[in-house]
Ligand binder design. Sequence first.
Ligand SMILES: Cc1cc2nc3c(=O)[nH]c(=O)nc-3n(C[C@H](O)[C@H](O)[C@H](O)COP(=O)(O)OP(=O)(O)OC[C@H]3O[C@@H](n4cnc5c(N)ncnc54)[C@H](O)[C@@H]3O)c2cc1C
Length: 444
Amino acid sequence: MPDIFALQIQGTVLTPSSGEEYKKALRRYSDLAILKASYIVLPSAFSDIPTVLSFATSQTPPIEIAVKGGGNHCSPWASSEGGLIIDLTRLNYVVVSDDKRSVRVQGGALWGDVYEECQKFEVDVVGCPFWFIGVGGYILGGGYGRFGGDHGLGLDNVLAATVILADGRIVRTSPTEESDLFWAIRGGGNQFGIVVEFVLKAFPAAQTVTLGSLTYPETDIGNVLSVVQEWKKVHTTKERVVLAFGNAARAAKVLHPFRDTLKPIVDRSVSVPNMLAASHVADGNFETTPSRMLLQGVIVSDIWTDMVLEVWDRWCEFTQKDDCKQTLVTWEIGRPEKIAEVGRADTAFYARDPHCVVVVHGGNRLPASDESTRAFGSSITDYMRKYNIQKTGKDIGVLLNYARGDEAPEDVFGTNLPRLRKLKAKYDPKGVWSKGFVIEPDFG
Ligand SMILES: Cc1cc2nc3c(=O)[nH]c(=O)nc-3n(C[C@H](O)[C@H](O)[C@H](O)COP(=O)(O)OP(=O)(O)OC[C@H]3O[C@@H](n4cnc5c(N)ncnc54)[C@H](O)[C@@H]3O)c2cc1C
């Protein structure tokens, strides 16, 4: 066994013989994403990462490398069976600039770390509604959040980044520095290097965030959809169903038809002062999340009532099974103009047609139900994709952050794939980044 302990690095190296600490470091949001690595390295300084890369790539055969940010992707992209995990957990500093227009965030930070610092300076950034999601995975694959209506995707709000390339070089990238790389990391996922620092655009903080959930009896599905369809005609860029409803004064008005016409049986909507608090609001729900969670997403051009009702029927039938009762389907409806404003070829993120994101959160506890949960998620997402094509004549793509991993690369990257393949050959010719949604290099 090669001696990783001989490396002079700041940080911790864990192996299966490290006991509880090793087991803890293997944990992921979903048990389905856990694989037993031979080594887990937790660097305390990013300058040590090239040494670790060189160790892994110089072995015969080279050791597989996986990079872990927040550990939330439900595919085992941040894990490795028998390989080496570079776990970015300790690289989590966050610094708000003096002029409060940008925030420097290390690649292993969670959104909670970011909000903690942002609220002190009364600024916001486009980030995930949940504190435990990693900044790295979220941004590199897209990034839908509460401020998307006004500011677009997380990746549209990156001003610059520092990346460690497969050959160990540490490069800064921005619209004017190594601009090909800057283009590729915004939508190309983990395929071009380890981002050890992002510089994110900041803006003055919203004074209040109102969010939460209202629960209706199942007999109200038709009425709920009618209200949603009416709300869609008038909603502003600051509102998203189900989670984000803008400022408190407007929120009361927005929530009125949902509360007073429909009469929810549970009303858990609240107004909180900042994104840090907002990112903790759903904590109670996550405590009971099934351990073998599988998220599969699809994007659709609209929320057509008959499509929703078909999914509803299938969901009702599927969740009859005891171990699958906690399976959810969420529909995120926000104003899509800002995302669609950016050209398809301006970043590697392809899905620029106006869309809503639908996510099947397949939830079971027993391994015996894995297959049926996966099949349910796939059947729903396939159905909606086909429905969208029928209705609009367009296939608007697949999102990397909710991908299953078996999709065609053309579906995820669309017309950006040829350029991504060329850049893969330039930045990772030996395929060091072999985990995740792998892009084949084009050496032509
Ligand atoms: C409960 C839940 C809620 C979610 N809600 C949202 C949401 O509201 N909006 C949204 O857009 N997405 C959402 N997601 C999807 C989420 O953005 C993706 O799963 C994302 O990939 C998670 O990133 P991570 O760093 O936490 O995960 P990881 O599993 O650690 O990483 C995911 C991928 O990114 C790579 N990666 C991570 N950090 C880096 C880095 N610094 N440099 C290079 N590669 C890196 C990893 O190698 C891996 O391939 C949600 C997911 C879950 C589980």
